[in-house]
Ligand binder design. Structure first.
Ligand code: ATP
Ligand code: MG
Ligand code: FE
Length: 332
């Protein structure tokens, strides 16, 4: 099948094409307007999706070297995400499919982050564990099959991406701060400052304490030295990143032992983080894991992952009707 897939759950308007399971286009239009506000403004996000979606669809078809008449199906992200943003993609996909007489495929965004691992080689074998770390979620997922996934651990408060973004905000770095913390951390000492690791039972996570710890630590230091942040930015970023990564990887290690699984994947925007990538590689050597790290373009929000998920839903004959509505909250 040749599937056109649309992703509009947050602030990226993305359109991809999968041609028999191979991604032949993956257009991602980032919304820069939110940088001015320190976070995604839902009302603005949906308006920008409206402006971006038609050009992104045309560009994706062009990149894939296809005409509309070559398509077999249309896929879209149904949820979870911002309702106004989802509505743009869902409504567009429904009208587009209706006009072309094509079947519709609805995709769960969080399953798609995991299924990004089936775009390129090497592909994990079932069952495997996936640490999905993004702007809104932090989950350890036991992946039994393409659409048989169990959340075995998750955050009780902030997501890992939020921990990065909120720290960046305290440091007055622009939104989204995750990639900037990563950049500064490269030249810093991860052991310069020590932040506490929360003691949360089982496989769950908590990041709100870290944010508060960073806030209080900086408040105290800045009081004594007004240029403390400017003079120590790299060390602060490296230390906070080091702690976020250790919180994540210690739970993954625990999950791997508990389930006796040694194939470990990471997914979601935070899986682009260089500290997490090298930390996982080091732990994998010690633990004897086989690890799976997605290409950068498939870490943060992208329609390529929606297209690959849709390809597998197509194989199962799972189509939806024109009455399908977006879901801001959506379970697996
Ligand atoms: P969700 O998937 O939970 O609905 P989302 O779609 O907004 O949330 P993604 O686009 O998958 O999330 O990821 C965005 C997050 O990833 C942001 O919090 C961003 O700061 C973070 N991020 C991206 N690159 C990096 C990086 N190199 N280091 C740390 N964090 C990063
Ligand atoms: Mg985003
Ligand atoms: Fe996402």
């Amino acid at each position: 099948p040749v599937i056109l897939a649309i992703e509009s759950s947050c602030d990226e308007t993305s359109v991809a094409v999968s041609n028999n399971g191979k991604i032949t286009a993956n257009v991602i239009a980032n919304q820069t307007i939110h940088e001015n506000y320190g976070g995604v403004i839902p009302e603005l996000a949906s308006r920008v999706h409206q402006q971006n979606i038609v050009p992104a669809v045309n560009q994706a078809l062009k990149d894939a070297g296809l005409r509309k008449s070559d398509l077999t199906a249309v896929a879209f992200t149904r949820g979870p995400g911002l309702l106004g943003s989802l509505l743009v993609g869902v409504s567009f996909a429904k009208s587009f499919a209706l006009a072309l007489g094509l079947p519709l495929i609805a995709v769960n965004h969080m399953q798609a982050h995991v299924l990004a691992h089936f775009i390129d080689e090497p592909r994990p074998e079932f069952p495997f564990l996936c640490l999905t770390v993004s702007g809104g979620h932090t989950q350890i997922v036991k992946v039994n099959d393409y659409f048989d996934m169990e959340i075995v651990g998750e955050t009780l408060d902030d997501a890992a991406g939020e921990a990065f973004d909120k720290t960046a905000k305290i440091l007055e770095l622009p939104y989204p701060g995750g990639p900037l913390i990563d950049k500064w951390a490269r030249s810093g000492n991860p052991e310069a400052f020590s932040f506490p690791e929360p003691q949360i039972p089982g496989l769950n996570f908590s990041f709100s304490g870290l944010k508060t710890a960073v806030l209080y630590f900086l408040r105290e230091r800045v009081q004594a030295d007004p240029v403390f942040i400017e003079n120590n930015l790299a060390d602060i970023c490296a230390s906070v990143q080091h702690r976020i990564v250790s919180i994540l990887l210690n739970k993954v290690k625990k999950a791997a032992v508990q389930y006796g699984i040694s194939q470990i994947a990471i997914a979601g925007g935070v899986s682009a983080n260089s500290g997490l990538r090298t930390g996982l590689e080091e732990m994998a050597k010690k633990q004897g894991w086989k690890i799976f790290i997605p290409a950068f373009q498939y870490c943060t929000d992208n329609a390529g992952m929606i297209a690959i998920a849709a390809h597998h839903l197509y194989q199962k004959g799972e189509f939806v009707g024109q009455d399908t509505a977006p879901m801001a909250r959506m379970e697996f």
